[in-house]
Design a binder for this molecule. Sequence first.
Ligand code: GDD
Ligand code: MN
Length: 386
Amino acid sequence: MRVSVIVPTYNEADNIVEVIDRLRRALSDQSHEIIVVDDDSPDGTWQVARHHGAGDPVVRVIRRIGERGLASAVLDGMAAAEGDALAVMDGDLQHDESVLPEMVRSVLDGGADVCVGSRIGESGSFGDRARLRHWLTAAGTALVRRLLPRLRRASDPLSGFFVVSRGLYERTAPRISRRLREYKILWAFLASRKDLSVTEVGYDFRPRGGGETKLSTAVLLDDLVNAVVLRLGRAVSPLFVKYCLVGATGVVVSLAVYGLGELAGLPTISLGITPDLNPIYVSALLGIQASIVTNFLANNFFTFYDRRYRRWGLLGGLLLFQAVSIVGVFVQLAVFQLLHRNGFPTSSTNADVAAAVNNGIGLAVATLTNFFLNVSITWNRVRGSG
Ligand code: GDD
Ligand code: MN
């Protein structure tokens, strides 16, 4: 078999028939198979594809149940593929199947390891894509190429349209860790080796057929964080990096609200719990509370985007996050007190420095504790649910 085309789909019932027909036509003069990898779309894409491909062995449909994610869908499709060249093309008519034969030739006959369908290189374009999205993609591309020199081999590294050789796939796939599975899968191939032969073919990015995009701006932001993580090395969890980024914005929010509260002359209150904690500044409490809410929202719609709470569910999520945050505040205080009372770092250290060091350690321990609690409680939900 010369070529397997993997078509990841989620809610593409309006487009999949046309996509399959166009691929069959474009590849009619070479042995090929079309593998639709659908994540059990609510609109029944897998059923539509199966029905349309019935009796034609060229069309294969994988219905994944209980899994969501573009990158992992592509990898599962590749694992099932039999072709010498493995192509990936979106199922919404945005990619131009008519350049696919040229891309396949470049890999199978020209000896390239990867051929990327490019909207940026020669003879490529974004078509009449929404301007903001175009601009964001261009900025993201520039940034990613700066961060990851190996991605510079392609003018359009964010592309979801590419062909890899079976050789490169077999060598690279076992090294794509679980964690890397949510990256742009093309990156794993482009970054795999130094001496890679990469070619590209330009094409016009078309407006999508029916339905709507699944990849929001949050996903683009996600890609940027993933680029940073890839740069730092595989030991770093992208989730944790995002969580810390959000935490940093929370510190800013909390300080801003605290400052405003002090300017407004908010009072202090005495709860009489422990002398160390008195008096309590109302503006500081408000600041912490404001940052808990903004951190929850930012984590929900960014860090844990794929398992986010929606609508009324947000209230339940906020409640859990609030509880975890309060645990975090106590962890931080406890660690601080423990260190401070025992004269850490040394009894001769300047008091302000010692306080700052101990606060920092408390904050770090609390951040880790909260991260694990939030992963295992607050956002321990099925991906893409409710
Ligand atoms: N199986 C599966 N699971 N397929 C998915 C999922 C998922 O969770 N999410 C999206 N898809 C499918 C869509 O059905 C579509 O066929 C393809 O993946 C791309 O998704 P779109 O929602 O159409 O993405 P886009 O058009 O916004 O983004 C395209 O351009 C980006 C760069 O601008 C894609 O080609 C991206 O890969 C690319 O980075
Ligand atoms: Mn699309």
